[in-house]
Design a protein around this ligand. Structure first.
Ligand code: GAR
Length: 211
């Protein structure tokens, strides 16, 4: 990256942060040409903040405000200010359990990615692994996608399949999906950071010359 500004990631999460760890480790081993500029959580005691602090990365709790499933207007502003101050190039949602809307989407249009624990467009929303189990599908997986104004509906960057086994519980299936996420998400973030992908409407492609 000599002479170039490093590609800066802003990571948002609400939970234990295993996808964050996979991405941070991939940066450390040189698989993603980027740096983590800031980690933000809507949950003060979230594991992801602890994981970031252990790695001496800037980590911040920003209160989400009065709603349960989205940020309120004031919180939205605070998130945008913190992420812009950190000069992020890409927002990486790693288990961030609120839908992003309005001013946030406008501030980072086309620059937000998410990992979801199903093969979208199947099973958007909460507990996608449980939805898959209840539906009786034999194959599920995970999806990395751009974030748009809908719920888990943006253009798909990558997907990885995971078998559903006869003796699976919600916990065992989610654990297997997590393993797939930890492989897929760093690869997709690396491709975005390297400028290797092209978005054509709903299709995200990797032009041959760039892969
Ligand atoms: C992951 O399985 C991710 O796909 C899911 O939350 C988990 C976070 O785990 N996200 C969603 O369901 C978003 N709709 P982590 O905190 O260990 O990375």
């Amino acid at each position: 990256m000599t002479g170039e500004q490093p590609f800066r990631l802003g990571v948002l999460g609400s939970g234990k942060g295993s996808n964050f760890v996979a991405i941070a480790d991939a940066i450390t081993t040189g698989k993603i040409p980027a740096q983590i500029a800031i980690v933000v959580s809507d949950v003060a005691e979230a594991g992801i903040l602890e994981q970031a602090r252990q790695r001496k990365l800037p980590a911040q709790f920003i209160a989400p405000g009065k709603f349960r499933t989205k940020l309120d207007e004031e919180a939205e502003r605070a998130y945008v200010i913190a992420l812009q101050a950190a000069q992020v190039d890409l927002i990486v949602l790693a288990g961030f359990m609120r839908v992003l809307k309005g001013d946030f989407l406008r501030a980072f249009e086309g620059r937000i990615v998410n990992v979801h624990p199903s093969l979208l467009p199947s099973f958007p929303g909460l507990e996608a692994w449980k939805q898959a189990l209840d539906q009786g599908v034999k194959v599920t997986g995970c999806t990395v996608h751009f974030v748009d104004a809908g719920v888990d509906s943006g253009a798909i960057i990558g997907q990885q399949t995971v078998p559903v086994l006869d003796d699976d519980t919600a916990a065992t299936l989610h654990a297997r999906i997590h393993v797939a996420e930890h492989e897929l998400y760093p690869k997709c973030v690396a491709a975005v950071a390297r400028g290797q992908i092209l978005v054509q409407g709903r299709r995200v492609i990797r032009p041959k010359a760039a892969s």
